[in-house]
Design a protein around this ligand. Structure first.
Ligand code: SF4
Length: 412
């Protein structure tokens, strides 16, 4: 594997704030911050007011199937509070899950956070229960959470999962077709009719344009990853899912792209490129990585949808592909053992030297994934750091920061 650390004639040491100061003067990043401010303000509004402010008159549904946002849009469905909303009052929501739903304290915080947030939202709506979409291939704790919500009076729709593990490659078309049928079944549940395929095709095409822009930004950023700190990369990725701000997102991306082109003409700073897999809810940990000489060069990059397939099948193919890649070990029933293939590919493609595996404490999936990946990659001489934490966006602990520093120091 090629080591692409640039301009490294004198290796800097890791001081308390060892890395070059991230660019806060970037106008592109400021524009993304402005969008973020609007999103946070909207997330704090009660749902009814937020709906009026939105002015789109779309129906709300909570939950989603990984990669099926184009379907929701084509059906005029607006997602209820996303992650931005969930983070607000996360401790209170976890408390609700433990007290009202009697979930034990040692259970994964992410599942409790979502469960408690549903209940809190219902109270704000005056007791009106919502509608929930859920992929049955998600983890067992998530499935239990959906059943608790159903028992509590929610209208829950489950997209039936297939086990992609050990799928005979010759049967791929059958699997895709199964998920395509599930997508239409979901559309009928949501709207009473099958999805308009022309609209769905447009939504997929538009989503691909966004993904391609994001991928391009990540490639440009590779020269000097400090210019767009990891916190901002995560933010830009999340903002890309909000239709209301799509135009502003593209404008900010245009400005940032020009800035990155300019930065690419300057010498690249010394950094240790790594890749990030799994989930990290603690933004302060991203900040902590940014403050070392380590730089995550690949981590949140979504894949393109296939436009050569009929649009409903493209959704089925996308979901199946996510499972087969073990893309999100904790989502869409990903085949945990296959995520290592993605890691290997990205190590080569991005010239990365190590891997950080993020995850939620007490998540059974992380427990399996990290053991397998740690063993597999350390045997091949690739350093792996497992960083798990809660689903709260709390400050990183001193221990987490120490482990991060030690990890990068080891690679100097
Ligand atoms: S963190 Fe793990 S246990 Fe918790 S919801 Fe995600 S996959 Fe499930």
């Amino acid at each position: 594997m090629e080591n692409v650390v640039e301009d490294s004639d004198a290796k800097p040491s890791l001081g308390p704030v060892g890395a070059p100061t991230p660019s806060h003067s970037s106008r592109g990043l400021q524009l993304f911050q402005r969008i973020h401010g609007k999103v946070l303000a909207a997330a704090r509004l009660p749902e009814e007011k937020s709906d009026r402010a939105d002015g789109e008159g779309r129906r709300r549904v909570t939950g989603s199937v990984f990669g099926w946002n184009p379907l929701m849009r084509a059906c005029d469905i607006r997602p209820a509070q996303g992650l931005f909303g969930l983070e607000i009052d996360s401790h209170a929501h976890v408390g609700v899950a433990e007290d009202y739903f009697q979930i034990p304290p040692e259970a994964c915080t992410f599942m409790k956070l979502k469960l408690g947030a549903h209940h809190a939202a219902e109270k704000r709506r005056g007791g009106r229960k919502g509608r929930i979409v859920h992929f049955g291939g998600d983890c067992e704790p998530e499935v239990i959470a959906q059943e608790l919500l159903r028992a509590d009076g929610y209208d829950v729709f489950i997209v039936e999962p297939l086990t992609a593990f050990k799928m005979d490659p010759n049967r791929r078309a059958e699997y895709v077709s199964f998920y395509a049928n599930e997508a239409q079944r979901l559309a009928k549940w949501l709207t009473g009719q099958v999805v308009d395929e022309d609209r769905l095709r447009d939504e997929i095409r538009q989503r691909n344009v966004i993904i391609a822009r994001f991928q391009e930004m990540m490639r440009l950023r590779r020269h000097n990853p400090f210019f767009v700190p990891l916190v901002q990369v995560n933010l830009i990725n999340r903002l890309a899912n909000i239709k209301k701000y799509e135009r502003e997102w593209f404008e900010a991306m245009d400005v940032l792209g020009e800035e990155l082109q300019q930065v690419a003409r300057e010498p690249a700073p010394f950094h240790i490129p790594i890749i990030l897999v799994g989930v990290m809810h603690c933004e302060d940990l991203y900040q902590a990585i940014d403050e070392t000489l380590g730089a995550v060069v690949s981590g949140f990059i979504p894949q393109l949808y296939r436009e050569d397939l009929p649009p409903v099948e493209a959704l089925g193919d996308y979901l199946l592909e996510m499972q087969l890649r073990g893309e999100m070990h904790d989502k869409c029933g990903g085949v945990v053992s296959l995520r290592k293939n993605r890691i290997e590919r990205e190590l080569k493609e991005w010239g990365a030297r190590g891997v950080i595996v993020g995850g939620t404490t007490n998540c059974p999936y992380l427990a399996i994934a990290r053991e397998m990946e740690y063993e597999y990659f350390t045997r091949r001489g690739v350093p792996v750091l497992v960083l798990d934490g809660t689903a709260h966006n709390d400050p990183a602990t001193e221990e987490q920061k120490m482990r991060l520093r030690a990890f990068f120091e080891m690679m100097l």
